[in-house]
Design a protein. Structure first.
Length: 333
């Protein structure tokens, strides 16, 4: 909090890039919580490269990976204060702002593949959700894919009953909280930067995440078993402080929008392959055993988690469920 207060003192300067001396580049601090060698990490570095190129050096992007500037619990507040200009949080992080609708994206077995997810976020669903951020002083720029969740523990997880009594780290989504409870486990909200130690020391028994995050954060080294379940999707929203963004010269903002569009295409194209490569690397390490669901196991998981859809109506509201149902042609209850 002290870090936020000190940084907030300089917020007025951060939010007024156009008054800087002509020869001084506009600084954009881009903070995120994962490693550089992940789809999001590489996407942030690609945006830096393209933004500085397209603006001829008039903008400088400072990328802060691995929670080196802010943890995921405090970064959105920092953005609103103007202490940082750009973030790419998981969409579950918007619920504390009062925008619970984003959690609908965490519904289990919602997206059948990456292409289905991509089409939805570029279409009505993504645009509808971004409109909800505007009242909070936040502008949504893009959605970045990070693929599907796997789940891990120190025992094999094949059937719903295997989850009973285990503590699982979740990022904060009440939807994830619900489907883990339906499986008989105990979800625990925890900052991403704290997960490795929590797994190592047994504070939690397991977690869910994508293959690239399991590899780069070394979660696989402290989990004996990983089930390649792909039961839910992990996506990020690239967001910017609205006051900062609207205060940029129009030509600069246009160049940055082009850089973001190109960086987004790059990130979403590599996400699937990055996760496949990470999964192969984890398997090669021999430090954990990979398990795959049979058709019967998958059906049992789906049936166990299905009540989440009915429960979600009271959490995220019927409107967003209707928008998603129409876009994806799925039943919500």
């Amino acid at each position: 909090m002290r870090k936020l207060l000190f940084a907030a003192a300089a917020a007025a300067l951060a939010l007024a890039p156009v008054v800087a001396e002509a020869q001084s580049p506009i600084i954009i601090k881009f903070s995120h919580v994962v490693a550089n060698d992940t789809p999001k990490g590489k996407g942030a570095l690609k945006f830096k490269e393209l933004a500085e190129k397209y603006t001829d050096g008039k903008v400088k992007i400072e990328v802060y990976p691995n929670s080196s500037l802010y943890k995921d619990k405090e970064e959105i507040e920092a953005l609103q204060l103007g202490s940082v200009q750009m973030l790419a949080p998981s969409t579950a992080k918007f619920a504390p702002l009062g925008i619970k609708e984003f959690e609908a994206l965490d519904l289990p077995w919602l997206f059948k593949d990456d292409a289905t997810y991509s089409a939805a976020m570029k279409g009505t669903v993504g645009k509808w959700l971004f409109q909800k951020l505007e009242a909070k002083g936040i502008t949504g720029l893009a959605y970045w894919d990070n693929g599907f969740h796997m789940v891990s523990s120190n025992r094999p997880l094949a059937k719903p009953e295997d989850f009973k009594g285990l503590k699982f780290r979740i990022s904060g989504s009440k939807i994830a909280d619900q489907y883990f409870r339906l499986m008989g486990s105990i979800p625990q909200i925890m900052a991403f930067s704290e997960v490795y130690q929590a797994l190592q020391t047994g504070v939690v028994d397991g977690c869910e995440n994508t293959a690239s995050n399991y590899l780069t954060q070394k979660f696989y080294e402290v989990q004996k078993d990983i089930t390649v379940s792909y039961h839910a999707h992990l996506q990020y929203a690239v967001i910017v402080n609205s006051k900062f963004w609207s205060g940029l010269p129009p030509d600069i903002r246009s160049q940055l929008e082009k850089a973001m569009a190109d960086a987004t295409d790059y990130t979403n194209q590599i996400a699937h392959q990055e996760n496949e490569d990470a999964l192969a690397e984890i398997k090669k390490s021999g430090k954990t055993t990979l398990h795959y669901l049979t058709d019967a196991d998958r059906k049992a998981w789906q049936e166990a988690m299905r009540p989440t859809y009915t429960w979600a109506k009271g959490r995220v509201g019927q409107e967003v469920l209707d928008v998603i149902a129409k876009e994806l042609d799925v039943k919500m209850n």
